[in-house]
Design a protein around this ligand. Structure first.
Ligand code: MLT
Length: 427
């Protein structure tokens, strides 16, 4: 009932047809710069329209990278126990530390950053990497300049636009003014030619990459760290898919010597333990990372976290701690292994059909090339003819044009069925 004001016509003066009441608040001009809805809800809308058109079709979602496999029991048991304890006098807890529970911070540091110089108090536990990306934008403010890989996870660009770091969207080049787009294509092994990249304050870098699935090598990341050091830039490294790495490639930016002076890292339990709904992630901000005036970035990030967040759910944190027990780690590797098998099935399918296929080996995303074609057109063709939802590459940036991303997050039956339909369509 509270929303009954929406689109209600004013009938007070019948002679003048008035539209609904509006406030005197101007719309945030930065939000007005955004071109369309956020990519994934946009795709969900197209999927819903498709389902209306074909009510009997079995639609298979391989678009948004949403996990489908059950959370291992060792993890849900720990969450259930913590939840139950909340009903006891002894086990009840209210607000926790904004930065996360000490034990979980310590377990994250020792599991993912052993011998990399990262300590427990460098870890900030959160409700997920995506929320932290927006908190980081608030930290940096509207005056910084930004570089992103092109293509890249849309949250980096959209949050930058919302914060006011960019100019207007330029339709002719399909880019926002004042963002440096670092082109990543098969021609450069999906690693930007840094000699052609302008200096920016902040560099977003995701490896293994969403959407291309490529993982940067140690040499490439060493170049990136040196580039940041030469320019006095800060790298925001997104390692949400690190556990999918099977080749000898870094799983954290902090494997690169000196990175602690120029980088921070965001990561997540979502794609390892099926926590897309539970919500748990973390950000590493090393003490050595400083602003130009010598002030530690971590102190300001702590200030943002304490102002904007009351800490991750205590139940989710109990789950996170169970993830990092020896049984939990084993269980997470099994979950990751399952999705990696899906990835292989999808890659083999497109390879057998003669496509150039990228990614997949170190990431749960397969990046399929449709040279000379529009990504949205191919997305539409696949949806119309196979009822499989994918993601158009151009939704991740102009360099994604001509590609389609196929997510390996799906149950086996669906992935096999989708691949059968791909074979029928493109034989
Ligand atoms: C994706 O499909 O790119 C993922 O859902 C990204 C995310 O984790 O938000």
């Amino acid at each position: 009932k509270g929303s009954s004001r929406v689109a209600v016509k004013c009938v007070a003066s019948p002679s003048v047809e008035q539209t609904a009441y509006t406030t005197k608040v101007a719309r945030n001009e930065n939000l007005a710069k955004l071109q369309a809805g956020y990519l994934f809800p946009e795709i969900a809308r197209k999927r819903a329209a498709h389902m209306l058109k074909y009510p009997d079709a079995k639609v298979i979602p391989l678009g948004i990278g949403d996990t489908t496999e059950r959370i291992p029991e060792v993890i849900t048991t720990a969450m259930a126990e913590r939840a139950k304890a909340l009903s006891t006098k002894k086990g009840y807890s209210g607000y926790g530390a904004e930065q996360g529970e000490k034990q979980l911070r310590a377990a994250i540091a020792s599991t993912f950053y052993q011998n990399l110089g990262i300590e427990e108090d460098d870890i900030f536990v959160s409700d997920g990497a995506k929320s932290d990306i927006s908190r980081l934008q608030v930290l940096f403010g509207s005056k910084v300049s930004m570089a992103v890989q092109d293509p890249s996870y849309p949250a980096y660009v959209d949050s930058s636009v919302i914060l006011g770091q960019t100019g207007l969207y330029q339709k002719d080049v399909e880019r926002f003014a004042k963002i440096e787009y670092m082109r990543c294509t098969p021609e450069n092994d999906f690693f930007p030619d840094l000699s052609n990249v302008a200096r920016t304050d902040i560099i977003f870098f995701c490896s293994p990459n969403n959407p291309t699935g490529s993982a940067a090598s140690r040499e490439q990341l060493t170049q990136l760290v040196q580039f940041a050091k030469d320019n006095g830039s800060i790298i925001v490294y997104d390692s949400a898919y690190a556990m999918y790495v099977s080749e000898d490639k870094p799983r954290s930016i902090f494997e690169i010597p000196g990175a602690e002076e120029v980088a921070l890292e965001v990561s997540s339990f979502s794609k390892y333990a099926g926590f897309t709904g539970v919500r748990l992630g973390w950000t590493v901000v090393p003490k050595q990372l400083k602003y130009s005036d010598g002030f530690p970035v971590a102190n300001d990030f702590n200030r943002i976290v304490c102002t904007a967040f009351n800490g991750a759910s205590n139940i989710a944190q109990a789950g996170g701690l169970a993830c990092l027990s020896p049984e939990g780690i084993k269980a997470m590797h099994e979950v990751v292994g399952f999705y990696k098998e899906n990835t292989k099935i999808i890659m083999d399918t497109f390879n057998s059909l003669g496509f150039n296929v990228y990614g997949g080996v170190n990431a749960p995303y397969v990046w399929v090339h449709f040279p000379g074609r529009s990504s949205w057109e191919v997305f539409g063709e696949i949806l119309e003819k196979t009822h499989v939802v994918t993601t158009p590459g151009s939704g991740f940036g102009p360099a994604g044009e001509g590609f389609v991303r196929v997510s390996a997050f799906g149950n086996r039956e669906n992935v096999l069925e989708a691949c059968k339909r791909f074979k029928e369509l493109y034989k």
